[in-house]
Every structure is written in structure tokens, then in C-alpha cells.
Design a protein around this ligand. Structure first.
Ligand code: SAH
Length: 457
């Protein structure tokens, strides 16, 4: 495929594409899964002889690792592409789009955005080097978005050397999603579920622990259906048994098929941190049914009750969608009631956004479109209350001593430190402790988003 813009870019600065010591820059959008994928792509690029650039302006290759979960996320990607366009014109930088928008748009993206050199779906990550060579050597524009058969798929292995000096890392345990939530694009862009074998996951965990990583967070769209040769709870047990690891976390689990064994893990594994992110999406059974979530509010609350029985200090966080097609004031009031009842430590709440080829988008006319103004107004009301509750829960920590895993210098003040408490809240504190150490911090001030305090001697 030829287009004038690409021809112009390569004829003005052709040597940029061949220059040795080439540098890459990865712009990551969206969730932790994308962050982990970006780390794997960075490692592949290093093995291919690329070095990381500090900014996009210095890079010969810019990767946008993208998110398709809401329209806003998609718009962010499109405007970032627009901002990177001059770098293609001025310096002949290569531009690749990876991740969920890449998978959603496939080769259409090459047509829509003529300065994109290649498009690479999530299953194509191991082929990144190959695709780049094609782009550079053959000056081809490539769209690599085929799914790989589960028998042939190899999860990219983390290179522990790039984690040296880091305190906390993500470890992918599954890919894809077999759920059919009617609003969600993830199954389309991430494919079918596949679990990574226990031995592979544990080899990665041990190699990270060996270079000093103190905390791992297991990642999967729904860890409940992990099938890597043991249950997910058994995988957690094995990770908690790694001596130099201090903390283990995971995300995400669906309340619908959340097994007792996983719930009960929180009561028996001290290294499994008392924080559970359990997305509920709505407080109305009528809406949950249309969302095809496979659970009711009562089921959700029963799971939460069992969790809190086993680990009374557990912090519960969730995701909520406001303005789903057909949501009435009454449905919304049910969501507000759930927020009061569950007392979430934190909530990620979103305005419903129709996604291409999802059941909810197809039924939106029939079920009833909620006007944008109403959605935003409901979201604001909900978020105001969520912040209040979050602040009340934080205030309960005032004056207390909390255990903090130190992650590094504070982002706002380099003389201070920052880390997290077991319940996952961020703490900024006055202290000297080295990253990776566990320290006691007295909490002196709180906001809904962070705690502030001083290290105890
Ligand atoms: N399986 C993952 C889903 C990731 S998407 C999980 O359970 O966390 C993260 C959140 O985005 C979802 O939980 C949902 O609250 C929100 N979301 C997904 N699709 C959406 C849509 N079409 N509109 C608004 N929010 C959406």
C-alpha cells in the first residue's frame, strides 16, 4: 500500500530508518494488562538491539499500546497519534499501534491513519521483531492481528534483568476472556481465555524475586477460571511460599464464578494482601441481567460477606457503569444503595460507552438510550458520595501505624518516600527507608486518594 505521506516521510529522511542504535518509546494506555504487555514489548525490542528513549521526540520508533474499552480511551489514542505525526514527518520515526485498538481496527487502521507503519494485536507481541524487520527492510505497512492457536501460543516471558531495582511487578497468568458481558469489547479484542502453566508462572515469579522484586500482582481478565494445572488459589499459595516475596496481589475476579476457595485464601495466606477488586458494575438486578453479568446484587453481597468474615480488614474496590441502556432513576438509586451498603474503599466509575459489535450497543435503541447529560449528572452524584466514603475509611487510619512496602521517592517531594499499605492505598511519608523495605508509618493526614505520615524509628 502506498500513500503520499509515507512516501514523503521516507524520501526526506530515509536514513532515519536504518540508523544503528535506534531508540524506542512506548506510550501505554489503559489497564495493567497493557502495562505488562508494554514491558514485554520493551524487552523484545532490547533483544532486537533497540534502546529506550526518554521521550517520544527522541525516538526512532513510537509504539502506542492502546485501549478500546470506552470511546474516550479510543479518542485519546487518536489524538496522541495526531501529536506524534510531526515526528514521522520531521525525523522519519516509525509509528506502530499495538493492543486493543489495533485488534479492533486491524488493517482498517492503516487506511484511516496513513502515517501508521504497522498494527499489531495482543497475540502478535512475540512477532514484534519480525514485523519491524518487514516494515524496515521491505518498507511494507503491516497489520498482524491473527489469533494464535492455544496449543501454539507461548506467553512472552519477563526478563528479570529489566526488573532489577523494581519493588513490584505484574505477572500475567491468563489471556483473553470467555465472558459475554453485553457492554464489553474485551472478549473481541483479547480473544479466548488461555491460562499460563503453573510452572511457567512460578518460574517467572521466582526469577523476579531473585532480582529483588518484593511484590507481584497476578493479572488476568477473570482469574477465577485459571486452568494452568492448578486452581488459582493453589497458584497464590505457591507464590506466597516464595520466601523473599513480601506481598502477593491479583486482579481481576468476576463475582459470578468466584469460588469459595479463592475467597477463603484471604483468611489463610498472610502474604496475600487484604485488598479485593471485585467489579459489580450495577446495583440493579434488572440492569445486571441486561449486562449479562451472571450474578445478582444479593450474590455479590454474599461473596463480600464471606470475604469480610475471613479477613475483616479487607479493602473492597469495584467498577461501576452508570447510564447503561434503559437505566432508570430507580436502577440508579439501587446502585447508590449498594455503594452505601458495601462501603467500597475505592470505586472506578464510568459513564456507559457503546462499543462496536457488543450486544448492549445493538440493543441500545430497544432498551432505551440514557441521555449524555443524565449519565454525567448521575456519575457526578455517585462519585461525590464514593469520595466521601473513601475519605471516611481513610480517616479511620488517622493516628494508626501502618505497614508500608516502600516503592521509591515520593512523586511530589523527592525527600519523602512513597509506598502502599496492605489495603493498597498509597502513603507518602517522611523517612529514609530504602525501596523494597517494609516499614511502619504513623498516619498523620489523609485525603480520599492518599495517606501522609512519618516513618517510625
Ligand atoms: N475483565 C476486566 C474488564 C476490564 S474493563 C475486569 O473485570 O476488570 C474494566 C472496566 O471498564 C469494567 O469493569 C467496566 O466497569 C468498564 N467498562 C467496560 N466496558 C465498558 C463500556 N462499554 N462502557 C463503560 N465502561 C465500561
Amino acid at each position: 500500500m502506498k500513500d503520499p505521506l509515507i512516501a514523503q516521510a521516507s524520501s526526506t529522511i530515509p536514513e532515519a530508518r536504518q540508523r544503528p542504535g535506534r531508540r524506542f518509546y512506548i506510550h501505554t494506555f489503559g489497564c495493567q494488562m497493557n502495562e505488562a504487555d508494554s514491558s514485554r514489548m520493551g524487552e523484545i525490542l532490547r533483544r532486537e538491539g533497540w534502546t529506550p528513549a526518554g521521550t517520544a521526540q527522541e525516538a526512532d520508533l513510537i509504539l502506542l499500546n492502546t485501549c478500546a474499552v470506552r470511546e474516550k480511551a479510543e479518542q485519546k489514542v487518536m489524538s496522541a497519534l495526531g501529536r506524534y505525526r510531526p515526528l514521522k514527518l520531521e525525523r522519519g520515526a516509525l509509528i506502530g499501534v499495538t493492543g486493543c485498538i489495533a485488534q479492533q481496527e486491524k488493517e482498517r487502521l492503516l487506511k484511516k491513519v496513513p502515517y501508521v507503519d504497522f498494527v499489531l494485536g495482543p497475540d502478535g507481541i512475540p512477532k514484534l521483531g519480525e514485523v519491524l524487520r518487514k516494515v524496515q527492510d521491505e518498507r511494507a505497512r503491516v497489520a498482524e492481528t491473527a489469533w494464535v492457536d492455544s496449543e501454539q501460543y507461548l506467553f512472552p516471558r519477563a526478563d528479570p534483568e529489566t526488573s532489577r531495582g523494581r519493588v513490584t511487578e505484574f505477572v500475567t497468568v491468563m489471556k483473553g476472556c470467555d465472558h459475554v458481558c453485553s457492554y464489553c469489547v474485551v472478549p473481541q479484542v483479547r480473544g479466548r481465555e488461555l491460562s499460563r502453566p503453573v510452572a511457567e508462572v512460578m518460574a517467572e515469579v521466582r526469577s523476579l524475586a531473585a532480582v529483588g522484586v518484593r511484590e507481584v500482582t497476578f493479572l488476568g481478565q477473570n482469574v477465577n477460571s485459571y486452568q494452568g494445572g492448578a486452581s488459582f488459589a493453589e497458584l497464590l499459595r505457591q507464590a506466597c511460599a516464595v520466601e523473599s516475596l513480601a506481598r502477593v496481589r491479583f486482579t481481576t475476579s468476576n463475582p459470578h464464578d468466584l469460588p469459595d476457595e479463592l475467597v477463603d485464601s484471604f483468611g489463610v495466606l498472610p502474604k496475600l494482601m487484604p485488598h479485593f477488586h471485585l467489579p459489580v458494575q450495577s446495583g440493579s438486578d434488572r440492569i445486571l441481567e441486561r449486562m449479562r453479568r451472571g450474578h445478582t446484587v444479593a450474590h455479590y453481597l454474599e461473596r463480600v460477606e464471606r470475604l469480610r468474615r475471613g479477613r475483616p480488614d479487607i479493602a473492597l474496590t469495584t467498577d461501576l457503569i452508570v447510564g447503561f441502556p434503559g437505566e432508570t432513576e430507580e436502577d440508579f438509586a439501587a446502585t447508590q444503595r449498594l455503594v452505601e451498603r458495601a462501603r467500597f474503599d475505592n470505586v472506578f466509575s464510568f459513564v456507559y460507552s457503546p462499543r462496536p459489535r457488543t450486544a448492549a450497543a445493538l440493543h441500545e435503541q430497544e432498551w432505551g438510550h440514557v441521555p449524555h447529560q443524565t449519565k454525567v449528572e448521575r456519575l457526578e452524584r455517585l462519585q461525590a458520595r464514593i469520595r466521601e466514603i473513601s475519605l471516611e475509611l481513610a480517616q479511620a487510619k488517622l493516628g494508626a501505624e501502618v505497614e508500608v512496602l516502600v516503592e521509591g521517592p515520593s512523586k511530589t517531594d523527592p525527600h519523602k518516600r512513597f509506598g502502599r499499605i496492605p489495603e493498597n492505598r498509597v502513603v507518602n511519608f517522611v523517612g529514609e527507608a530504602a525501596p523494597g523495605s517494609l516499614v511502619r508509618v504513623r498516619v498523620e493526614r489523609v485525603t480520599p486518594n492518599a495517606l501522609f505520615g512519618t516513618e517510625r524509628g
